[in-house]
Write a protein that binds this ligand. Structure first.
Ligand code: GTS
Length: 211
């Protein structure tokens, strides 16, 4: 059985958890705090980041977009990546934007973890500008469609849903729901799916110093 190293708030890990659930692939969830000294993550990923999917033969797969692609190759049904090349490229564009928003907001999270006097307002503003720009572009691309790509759930919806669901946890002050009603409607549809209901993110306790 697969094992998945995950963390309770992780939007990246949630993408894999949702994908495995949508495909009814059983796995053992290993919940970690990758910054704590007792983390197992570095044993399976030299980059020391989760999620990591660990196979029965010991092979470890890391980097969430790669894990998603790997799972699509190994377990193609139900397909969460379209067949049409242009639709595949559009799906990947949504994934890149969603992950990029998370990346920028993770940097803000850690900047805010520093002493007030050590925080850079310019750096934080730059990351928030990237997140706002990414959300604006995702909203523009989604328009009034039911799904991000085509007429069914894909990895694009899973990436966007995991990203904006994480914003609720890590940046509750973010006004993305008011700014982008079409994203709010997409999120409400996605969060009604059992795969999303089973993977709602929540904050973790980081006991060891990080910054
Ligand atoms: N690009 C990576 C990002 C993964 C990532 O940043 N994971 C965090 C945990 S979380 O932010 O997803 O909760 C991590 O392991 N960080 C540890 C570290 O950066 O050393 C992916 O998509 O898998």
């Amino acid at each position: 059985m697969y094992r998945l190293i995950s963390a309770t708030p992780s939007p990246y890990a949630r993408k894999v958890r949702i994908q495995l659930a949508e495909k009814c692939i059983p796995f053992e969830l290993i919940t970690e705090v990758p910054w704590n000294r007792d983390t197992e993550t570095p044993k399976y990923n030299p980059l020391e980041k989760l999620p990591v999917l660990i196979c029965d033969d010991g092979e470890s797969v890391y980097e969430s977009r790669f894990i998603n692609e790997w799972v699509e190759f190994k377990h193609p049904t139900p397909a969460l990546m379209p067949k049409d090349p242009d639709a595949v490229l559009l799906t990947k564009r949504f994934e890149i934007l969603a992950d990029g928003i998370c990346d920028a907001c993770v940097l803000v999270f850690w900047e805010r973890a520093r002493a007030e006097t050590a925080q850079s307002r310019e750096w934080t503003a730059r990351q928030l500008r990237k997140a706002a720009g990414g959300l604006r572009e995702i909203s523009r691309m989604l328009g009034d469609h039911e799904y991000c790509v085509g007429d069914r759930l894909t990895l694009a919806d899973i990436a966007v849903g995991s990203c904006i669901g994480w914003l609720n946890v890590r940046m509750p002050e973010n006004t993305w729901r008011e700014d982008h009603p079409n994203l709010a409607a997409l999120q409400d549809r996605l969060e009604s799916r059992p795969s999303f209901q089973a993977t709602v993110p929540y904050a973790q306790v980081i006991s060891d110093p990080v910054v």
